[in-house]
Design a protein around this ligand. Structure first.
Ligand SMILES: [Zn+2]
Length: 419
């Protein structure tokens, strides 16, 4: 009896094309492991992840685009933190990522610093002649901006930008009670800026700071591109997902980027796996872009150096943040491409896949953007649900359940057949 039950479950899985989620979970797990260093520009994390993607496509039997290799290289400028970082207030060492973030455009500072705290009480005294700035030594002085006691929002914002501007002359600390998000820096300032969570901050006389940046004016990153020929060979549906993330902030802290966007990469690979076994009508191109977090750089480069005429593209489907679709998905550019969006809605209704498909207008917030700019019809799809970790150390494989992954997969493969 049990044996029969097992067999029938196995058969249902085989023939419905389901159970993509298990495969996707293993991909997310791999991409988020420390050996890819958060898929940024420290220790060649991006290039190592690119190697993983090429190997995986070869294993699935996905080809390189005719007369091209699997990879497309381009250069970018980037600021990185490959060396150990440390911040301590009055002898208490803070935890990087959890207690504080280093601004991605930070410069270098090392040693013990005298803290000059600026708050709504001390601010006016400080800037009304009580401090002779020219006498202060930037190797011994850090300004700590602590304006949480101020209700005036605009004044607080002004202080926030001042905490950046100051780093031309001094290191700075900025105290915040808002959610902190890391990003990729493309330039460097003279000194570091450290934003500290208010729960970890205390007023002290001395701070220890060790932050060393490495600015790389010309770093070579790469897009990874795969191809499955269809019956209509010279017409394309292009799937895109960025595989890069924020990399490392120091030797001990990295940003795994499971939801953003190992999950989208897993979706593309799972779709490639399906279409390899079920030949499509149009040729499919799978673009795994890097440089997205640095400003959509990989997709911009590809659109400027495409492997085929862009006018031959039926549709671009960009997926970014596929970590959990418990509440469904949102489609950017839905209002722009109503006909295609209605097709998607109909499939969802007919097959009862997702609880909701939300429509949205145009937005320059992911890799579909430069395709859209060139007049190529493009959707950007992201999941809606319980996964809220974003650009922080908590965006891990364990926190990324890939809820309704099979349903989204099902929706997309049916959608491609209907285009
Ligand atoms: Zn993303």
């Amino acid at each position: 009896m049990l044996k029969h039950l097992f067999l029938s479950i196995l058969l249902v899985n085989l023939f419905s094309g389901f159970a993509q989620r298990d495969y996707a979970l293993s991909i997310v797990d791999s991409l988020c492991s420390p050996r890819y260093h958060g898929r940024g520009y420290v220790n060649e994390g991006d290039l190592k992840a690119a190697g993983f993607l090429v190997d995986e496509m070869k294993r699935l039997g996905v080809e390189a685009f005719p007369e091209q290799s699997y990879t497309q290289d381009y250069a970018l400028s980037v600021n990185t933190f490959p060396h150990p970082i440390s911040v301590a207030l009055g002898g208490d060492t803070l935890e990087p990522g959890a207690d504080y973030l280093v601004s991605p455009i930070s410069g270098t500072a090392q040693g013990e610093f005298e803290v000059i705290e600026l708050n709504s009480r001390s601010y006016f005294n400080t800037f009304n002649g009580n401090i002779n700035f020219s006498k202060l030594d930037p190797s011994q002085t850090v300004f700590a901006f602590n304006f949480l006691d101020t209700l005036d929002k605009r004044f607080r914002q002004k202080m926030e930008s001042l905490s950046y501007e100051v780093t031309r002359y001094f290191p700075s600390i900025y105290v915040t009670n808002e959610k902190q998000m890391y990003s990729v820096g493309r330039k460097q300032t003279n000194y570091p800026r450290i934003s500290i969570d208010s729960a970890a901050y205390k007023t002290v006389d001395k701070a220890y700071i060790s932050v060393t940046n490495k600015y790389i004016p010309s770093y070579y990153s790469r897009n990874v591109i795969g191809y499955i020929p269809g019956n209509k060979k010279k017409k394309y549906v292009v799937f895109t997902a960025h595989y890069d993330h924020l990399g490392r902030m120091g030797a001990d802290t990295y940003f795994p980027g499971a939801n953003d966007n190992a999950s989208g990469v897993a979706m593309l690979l799972a779709l490639a796996k399906y279409f390899k076994e079920n030949p499509p009508k149009y040729s499919l191109v799978f673009c795994f872009f890097s440089g997205e977090e640095a400003g959509l750089l990989g997709s911009k480069y590809f659109v400027e150096h495409p492997y085929f005429q862009l006018k031959r593209v039926k549709m671009v489907i960009n997926v970014d943040i596929m970590g959990g679709a418990g509440d469904g998905i949102t489609v950017v550019n839905a209002t722009k491409h109503k006909k295609q969006f209605d097709k998607m809605l109909k499939i969802n209704d007919d097959w009862k896949l997702l609880p909701e498909i939300k429509k949205r207008g145009a937005s320059a917030n992911s890799d579909h953007h430069f395709f859209s700019e060139m007049g190529v019809p493009a959707f950007f799809i992201y999941s809606m649900g319980s996964v809220k970790n974003y650009h922080d150390i908590y965006d891990t494989a364990e926190n990324t359940p890939l809820t309704n992954f099979d349903e989204v997969h099902d929706l997309l493969r049916r959608f491609v057949h209907k285009l």
